[in-house]
Design a protein around this ligand. Structure first.
Ligand SMILES: [Zn+2]
Length: 404
């Protein structure tokens, strides 16, 4: 016989336990994060000190680094031949992040990449069989820009939790974090690197992912664990006979990762349009931007596009690139809580069209990365913009040809 008291006691206890469990996980994660941050800062300080002390042998080290980098790039499997039947639109189902529902704690729509492709397939912009699937970037590939120490720090879940800004991730075993978070990122990195090869061959390539512009060789942050833009450019230098690259970074946030990696490197020209009142407030990296265009919170579509026109005009007279890497974040959208700008969906379409026209007019291969964009509506906006590029014949997705 059922005791009516027992189920009601069990139910109320369960209800009581839920918030307690959440509190305990959050507390444990916060403690782990603080300890990890402390150790990480100690390591960085000690590395900075030893770097200063060994500066006399830096030129010898520099030659060694170059040789190792070159050998790693030449032995990489990420550049592979793509048949002409494929379109330079790059995506893999391995891009999307699902992590026991925890991914929902971050405002980032972590299935954005799959949803963009879903819209493009439904809208008949591209055939599923024509999409290019990249390979996962291996450790050897990542070491082209990342240090062994940085890659080792990703073996601690607390460090990954800090980088992707989801504290509960700190309490999960690292094998799970590798599989559910870092593996998707490494696939997107493979896509960004491959995109430059495809752009050189076809004139354009879009990686429906990537654009982790806050990560440099030594430091991740802001949801960016790997420096895909820096990697892509180093591969292009070695494998594509390219020596001048322009980064056009139109994500709402400053691209401090690639700016740090290519500080004072005259082979890379950076045009960065960003909101100076939001993350990452990296004042040192700002010194390395070649053309800095600050757009304050509340900037509206017309003013934004006018500033973009002016900036592109200035860049024409400043640099003659052989490749453009376009970081096309959609967190400039009106309503985005992190970007704090007021650009309409049509404004995004116009922005992307302007950048692609800029490249087309000058015959410069262009790589587009989707980067930040934190609202559910971002996927639809990106898909609409890619559709517009196809309709305007600025890209050929295999569909606009049959229509003519
Ligand atoms: Zn952003």
């Amino acid at each position: 016989m059922k005791n009516p008291v027992v189920p009601s006691w069990t139910e109320s206890t369960r209800n009581l336990f839920k918030p307690v469990i959440v509190l305990v996980i959050t507390f444990a994660a916060t403690v782990k994060l603080s300890q990890s941050l402390y150790r990480y800062n100690l390591r960085r300080r000690s590395r900075a000190r030893s770097g200063t002390m060994s500066s006399s042998s830096s030129s010898d080290n520099g030659t060694g680094v170059q040789a190792r980098r070159r050998s790693r790039i030449l032995s990489s499997k990420l550049y592979f031949d793509i048949p002409n039947s494929k379109v330079p639109l790059i995506y893999s189902s391995a891009y999307d992040i699902t992590f026991l529902g925890i991914e929902k704690l971050h405002p980032f729509d972590s299935s954005k990449w799959g949803r963009i492709c879903g819209f493009l397939l439904v809208d008949n912009v591209v055939d599923k069989n024509c999409i290019v699937e990249p390979l996962e970037a291996s450790k050897n590939d990542l070491l082209v820009v990342h240090s062994e120490a940085y890659l080792n720090c990703l073996k601690k879940s607390a460090n990954v939790a800090m980088i992707i800004e989801v504290p509960p991730v700190a309490v999960f075993p690292n094998c799970l974090v590798q599989q559910k978070v870092l593996y998707p990122f490494r696939n997107q990195v493979g896509g960004t690197i491959l995109a430059a090869k495809l752009a050189k061959e076809r004139g354009w390539a879009i990686n429906v992912g990537g654009g982790f512009h806050h990560c440099s060789g030594e430091k991740g942050g802001g949801f960016c664990a790997y420096a895909d833009i820096s990697l892509c450019i180093h591969f292009a230098f070695e494998r594509l006979n390219i020596s001048r690259v322009m980064i056009i970074d139109l994500d709402a946030h400053q691209g401090n990762g690639h700016e740090t990696d290519f500080a004072n490197d005259c082979r890379v020209y950076t045009l960065d349009m960003y909101n100076p009142g939001i993350y990452p407030f990296d004042y040192e990296a700002r010194r390395y931007i070649d053309q800095k265009v600050e757009v304050v919170s509340g900037t509206t579509t017309n003013e934004y596009l006018r500033k973009l026109d002016e900036a592109l005009e200035v860049s024409v007279h400043s640099f003659d690139p052989e490749l453009i890497v376009y970081n096309a974040g959609t967190d400039i959208l009106d309503g985005d809580p992190l970007g704090r700008l007021k650009i309409s969906p049509d404004g995004i379409t116009n922005r992307d069209e302007k950048v692609f026209r800029f490249a087309r007019k000058r015959n410069i291969p262009i790589v587009m990365l989707t980067s930040g964009g934190y609202m559910k509506s971002s996927a639809r906006v990106i898909a609409d913009s890619i559709t517009n590029l196809s309709n305007k014949c600025l890209i050929d997705t295999g569909k606009n040809m049959t229509a003519t």
